[in-house]
Design a protein around this ligand. Structure first.
Ligand SMILES: Nc1ncnc2c1ncn2[C@@H]1O[C@H](COP(=O)(O)OP(=O)(O)OP(=O)(O)O)[C@@H](O)[C@H]1O
Ligand SMILES: [Mg+2]
Length: 462
């Protein structure tokens, strides 16, 4: 045990010194000793301050030399030698050389029963001790052994105190580290936030770039056509002016009027297309004005929309069926909802069916009993390829590029539904099995207290 080797605290040594002094006095001997065994040696740990004592504290003697104490430690029992000179066995022991011819000693044991050493009294004359002296020596031995227990407890206490202090220090270091990593985390978060802001800014710039590119591309055709028509008219007018000086025939004049009419026609159509495009761009860019709110019957409103579209639909040969019965009362914006349905029906007619193969578009509505109605516009046409499904609501996404499609129709639908009408729109489709757009709306549109936030570009897909 490690504590057996450690130094004895001063306080205990002082106490044992007193005990040993008193003991030597009571026994009336020159030497009262507490001996401690060391590896290979034995040391005088405490020696009584009495006259004629030949032993000094810290003195050491070799073991295996036939000392009285060696026998006590080996037998772990009491040894009484009244007079060594009269005893064959003890006559030559080293203490006799110091004239210490009588000995009474008992072993001192650690709490774990390991030998500590001895406690003994020595005298230069023959001594036969009465039994009560022997008992007294045992009591002193027990008292010192109780001190060993205390010593060990103190040592353990100090060790656990040191451990406690160490773990407190570790805790403090850990707290410091934690605070540091919290700081690091905070700094990382700040960096991330600013990075995110930057990303958002650059994403917005990229989106703006795409919009500008889309607008330029769309306006290019009508403006180019207008320019061509105007410059043709200009050069024809110059020719005509020169010919006028030479005199004109009636047929030449008729030809010129025809040219002007044709050029003006091209100009009108192109500029009309450009104006319509600008109108669509405006609708995409501006917050939608939420006006025209009123109560209306949904079925009735849808049938009115179909009447207006009648000509365009019957031209295509397709059928549009409305299965919405009367009685779904709404308090919302019928003009905007009409615009949404017009776009969805026009798309079905334009995109869903192959030329010459008429199809059917069905409009239905279902209330959820919780103040909402889901309006579906379903066709039995070609459907939308999976890859395109996520993009159909993006501005300028069209599969009719250069054939009159601007790709703004569904984006306007999305904006109207999510902002003015406070609803949501989803699309589902399986290729070859038609497409179905579902517009879910509150039957009573909430009153907008503030301008709604701009709608995000990509809506969810079923
Ligand atoms: N019912 C449908 N069936 C198949 N494809 C559809 C249907 N509705 C929309 N699409 C696809 O979604 C694309 C985007 O539609 P959107 O209305 O936004 O633009 P567009 O119709 O092409 O052009 P615009 O509406 O400006 O005339 C279409 O080009 C088409 O590919
Ligand atoms: Mg469209």
């Amino acid at each position: 045990m490690s504590s057996h080797a450690s130094a004895i605290p001063e306080a205990f040594l002082a106490k044992w010194q007193n005990t040993t002094n008193v003991m030597a006095g009571i026994f009336d001997v020159p030497a009262g000793l507490i001996m401690r065994v060391l590896p290979e040696q034995i040391e005088v740990l405490v020696s009584s301050d009495s006259e004629g004592n030949p032993y000094e504290a810290d003195e050491k003697a070799q073991l295996n030399t036939g000392l009285y104490c060696e026998t006590v430690m080996a037998t772990r029992g009491l040894l009484h030698v009244p007079n060594a000179l009269e005893d064959e066995h003890w006559r030559c022991n080293p203490d006799v050389a110091l004239n210490m011819i009588s000995y009474l000693g008992v072993p001192l044991l650690w709490p774990d029963n390991e030998v500590f050493g001895t406690i003994c009294v020595l005298d230069s004359k023959t001594r036969n001790y009465q039994h009560r002296y022997v008992e007294l020596l045992w009591e002193i031995k027990k008292s010192i052994e109780r001190d060993f227990v205390l010593m060990e407890q103190k040592e353990q206490l100090e060790a656990s105190n040191a451990e406690l202090r160490l773990s407190m220090l570790q805790q403090e270091a850990f707290s410091l580290k934690l605070a540091q990593s919290n700081q690091d985390l905070h700094a990382a978060l700040m960096r991330l936030t600013s990075l995110q802001d930057e990303l958002l800014r650059s994403e917005k710039m990229a989106a703006l770039g795409a919009v500008v590119a889309g607008i330029s591309h769309e306006l290019n055709t009508p403006i180019g056509n207008s320019l061509l028509a105007a410059s043709t008219l200009q050069s024809r007018a110059a020719d005509f002016a020169r010919e006028m000086e030479r005199g004109l025939t009636r047929s030449r004049m008729q030809e010129f009027v025809g040219t002007v009419e044709q050029g003006a026609g091209i100009l009108m159509r192109s500029l009309d297309q450009a104006a319509k495009l600008v109108g669509s761009f405006k609708q995409v860019a501006d917050e939608q004005a939420a006006d025209g709110r009123r109560r209306f019957d949904l079925g009735e409103m849808v049938r009115n929309v179909l009447l207006e579209l009648d000509e365009a639909i019957s031209d295509s040969g397709d059928r549009v069926v409305c299965s919405i019965g009367p009685g779904i009362q709404m308090d919302s914006y019928p003009d905007q909802l009409g615009q949404v349905l017009t776009q969805l029906i026009a798309n079905a007619v334009q995109h869903a069916f192959l030329p010459g193969l008429a199809g059917t578009v069905t409009i239905a509505a279902e209330q959820d009993g919780n103040g909402h109605v889901a309006i579906t516009v379903r066709d039995d046409g070609l459907g939308i390829p999976q890859d395109n499904l996520a993009r159909v609501f993006d501005p300028f996404f069209t599969t009719r590029m250069g054939k009159g499609g601007s790709g703004l129709g569904l984006h306007i639908v999305y904006k109207l539904v999510t902002s003015t009408l406070h609803g949501s729109v989803e699309v589902s489709s399986a290729e070859g099995a038609g497409a179905c757009f579902t517009v879910t709306l509150p039957m009573s549109a909430p009153v907008a207290l503030r301008k709604p936030d701009r709608a995000p570009l990509a809506p969810p897909i079923l």
